[in-house]
Design a protein around this ligand. Sequence first.
Ligand SMILES: [Fe+2]
Length: 696
Amino acid sequence: MATITRRSFMEMAVALGATAAWGRGTAARSKLAWHERRDIYPEGVASGDPESDSVLLWTRRPPKDGKALEKLMVEVAEDETFTRVVATAETPISEASDWTCRVLVGGLKPDRIYWYRFTDADGYGSRVGRTITAPTDDDTRPVRFAFISCQNANQGAQNAYRRMIFEDERAGERDRLGFVLHLGDFIYEIVWYPEDRPQGMYDRRLRDIVRYEHGEKIQDFHIPTTVGDYRAIYRNYLHDPDLQDARARWPFVCMWDNHEYSWLGWQGLQRFGGVDRPAQTRKVAANQAFFEYQPARLLKPSGPSLTQFDPPKVVDAPIVHFDEHGLGQETNNLAAIYSLRGYRALRWGRNVELIITDQRSYRSEEPTYHAEAQAFLSDDFPGFLPQEVLEILDAGSAFNGGHPPASIRYGSAEIANFRRDRPPTNILGAEQKEWFLERLRNSKATWKIWGDTVATLDMRADPQNMPPGLTAAAWPGTGYAGFSASFGAGDHSTAYVERGEIYDFVRDNGITGFATVAGDRHSFWAGLAAKALPPNPFEPVGIAFVTGSISAPGIVEALEHGLPKEHPLRPLFVGQGPADTQPQPTLNLLLRHGVKSCLEYAKSGDINKARAVSNPDLSPHISFVDMGGHGYAVVHVTSDTFETEFVCIPRPLERSERADGGQLLYRTRHRAKLWRKGERPQLDLQIVEGDPRFSV
Ligand SMILES: [Fe+2]
């Protein structure tokens, strides 16, 4: 992309529907009278999806004193004081896009910091934003970026951003972040109004962040129903000062996960009370709001305008017929899910290709959400599902070479296999999967980084090793347990067929440097990407990481409040040693070392004794797991190493007033050397500060 011409840039801008600005070869002092008025740009500024010569810029300027504007000026400069302005453009602004605008600026130099600002005809200006272009494709310099997910402004504070900014401002020039990858749950569409839940949520105080004008109340929470409602939730999130500062400091690369649309949503469906219902109009509304509020290089079929989304007209019609990939063929469903294409790839020099996929719009049904799947769950074993059951349900009609069993044994019961006539779980969808695999195969980058919003690392326990008599009934499975979606599974870790297909493809094509970064699980994980675990052959093909949530509560916090004190398996989840006065995140120990380690900890309170009785076959793929951690992750890659740092902060119940966002709980670093074809990837852990003792 180094030699892109002005003409081809303009064509690209038109394809993206952007207002385009072309960088001049020479810089000149700003000629605009700019007076900063943050109050009339209440959502701040942002930039997104940088390439080596261009980046998207964003702001929102609603009418002031009833006076609506039709345009804004944008300036891009090489310095913060705008004495070296390299691009200036006019951008239209209108109610049709909720007064937001997107400007594609081209003709920029690679790997450069630029400053930008918006100004109206009266000289009232936005705050100044900072952005960074990517290095050119042949540039071998190291790349550093953060990956994050799951910020909940209704239930927590965004201290993680404060910490990220604090550290970046103090880092040496080459140690600063080049961009921030946001892997979804940028908003939580599901909102509790404080009066609906006076007791709060777990440890959390509920904030009064939005009142949906149209919204629907379900049980004790509220969800958006119109584009106006979705816009309202984005606006209110962007009023968070720490999030706004982060968007003004770095270019963001954003992908939606579930909550940008709907909690248990898939394709154009929503799911409440165990029932799927058509919600194509809401899927389109969610896409429109994402398009308007996230500056990103997304394609939409409604026309090339970046000025307006132009939503397709859809109705909420029942989705009855699904094809062999589990894709609902109903016309409105297809129009809704194709109204915005989120999957895309971006390059940062020789070392990084970031391949981002969409796990919600095309995915087939999640088998464990089915009413019939409830028969495999028991309150005696919270969240546990026999692994053999998960494998049968996932593979559906393809199980056992196309000969799935008619029924599945669970303890002494034989339960009908409701998935025997259905296709295997397909999270990516056929079309996207083909694109993804081709992208992987053809990538020229040292590291092929899969930005998967959902986690890939197996989450399993070994209830078969429980001493008899611990629970009233014996473990109804034949061996290991996986977990239900309510514990955070139902992601790529239990889509065994699809994950196996991807990992086999990586192996068969001799693809090295395959690394996955994910979110969604509200927990930190580091490990090796393998399609199977012992007693099956364990053959890693890559490395994989999951970042803790910025602020949304995790499962440990939920269990502290929700798991009965007298539950016999409490030591496996939020156990306490004899000297502990508070519940400890022993779920980490369960996933990493097994039930015997948890029971030893409950007896002696000695973490070393607990680790000494680890089950080595349980999780050879995991090097670190913290189901209670919050914060962010930083990736640093060079031409031969991949390093991931977890920066873990305390539960972000309230906003920290400290400049650094508050103390750290721990900082860890995992490092992998680039492996050669046929070699097994390996991860080394370094604990830099703090003591994540249940996590290792
Ligand atoms: Fe989340």
